[in-house]
Design a protein. Structure first.
Length: 248
């Protein structure tokens, strides 16, 4: 795979002593993290994972398996992180699972030594497997996305827009429905759990169970808002990321 096929730089290349790699939600793209990237600059360099089938990769076939996504991202990150600069992952919703699986693949390699933390946002712990909302299909997908706040009335009423996004959404939900964590899988880096207090997908109590998949400490931060709390809590989330990754 070509360099930077999956990874997008969202700030000045090489800026900041720490990198944060952001993994979007089902149906999402790297632009979801634009505000966070700006809030963290210039101290933390933000990279975004661009899944196939969206934005500048819209002509590509979506990937419907989380392990395949993780393998492709991990391949690029091994080379990208070889300079020894510390790196953290932040994944939102489905992205938290892709980030987790990518972290597992990097274990034992050079990059894993510099993976300092996983920020798991808006998702139950991997051993929970598919959530009820992950199993919806067809027209019910639109209802589920609207319920979570991931799609507005303007998109729902735009057949052309729906025809563009639905293949991606369907593939992502197939990936979620099929996902099963390998028994006993665990990271050795700290995990910071981020979640909205009124998230209809996962409760703060369920999100806190990420402590089951790491041998290092786990912290939980609950923000006002629902599943897409990050859109309204950019500065607050950036403050948590800074405090966790930057010394002093």
């Amino acid at each position: 795979m070509g360099t930077d096929r999956w990874i997008r730089r969202m700030g000045v290349p090489g800026s900041g002593n720490v990198r944060l790699v952001c993994f979007p939600h089902a149906g999402g793209a790297v632009t979801f993290f634009t505000g966070l990237a700006r809030a963290l600059a210039p101290d933390i360099e933000v990279l975004g994972v661009q899944y196939p089938g969206r934005q500048d990769r819209h002509r590509e076939q979506p990937v419907d398996e989380i392990p395949r996504m993780a393998a492709a991202v991990g391949e690029e990150l091994e080379a990208l992180l070889s300079d020894g600069r510390p790196c953290a992952f932040l994944g939102h919703s489905m992205g938290a699972l892709v980030a987790f699986e990518t972290g597992l693949l990097l274990r034992g390699g050079q990059a894993s030594k510099d993976l300092t933390r996983l920020f798991a946002s808006g998702r139950a712990t991997p051993p929970a497997g598919p959530l009820p909302g992950d199993l919806v299909t067809g027209d019910e997908l639109l209802t589920e996305l609207h319920r979570m706040g991931g799609i507005g009335e303007d998109v729902l009423n735009d057949p052309e827009m729906l025809s563009m996004i639905m293949p991606v959404v369907q593939a992502d939900y197939q990936a979620l429905a099929a996902y099963r964590m390998a028994p006993g899988a665990s990271l050795d880096c700290p995990v910071t759990v981020l979640t909205g207090e009124t998230d209809p997908v996962v409760s703060p109590q369920e999100a806190a169970r990420w402590q089951e998949v790491t041998s290092a400490p786990t912290q939980v931060h609950v923000f006002p808002g629902g599943h897409f709390y990050l859109q309204d809590q950019v500065r607050q989330v950036a403050a948590v990321v800074r405090e966790s990754l930057l010394p002093g």
